[in-house]
Write a protein that binds this ligand. Sequence first.
Ligand SMILES: [Zn+2]
Length: 108
Amino acid sequence: MGKRQEIAIGIALQTQALKICPIHNQLYCDDEESTDDANMARAFAVAVELVHQHQPYAEEFRHDPHELTDLLSQTIGAAPASCPGCASQRYSVKEEAGAPAAGAAAPA
Ligand SMILES: [Zn+2]
């Protein structure tokens, strides 16, 4: 992972535009949150501020906040809506629990 990508992910996590699954260590953007747009806006605001006011970020992004906001929206856009690991676990539990229950409900 490149340094720029790390910075973008750090900002996304800090502003909760992206979340990380503590179990699978997998980034995702929580689509169910209605505050998504607000988090995105906050992430962009933080990104612009960092590039304007903090020398290491300014150097990394050549004093152009757009390079960071573009990367941010790419990073957030590329993240799945939920943790794939948790999603597949949830499905397999549902299948296992659902099938036997239907048959077992009729004792002879
Ligand atoms: Zn997970």
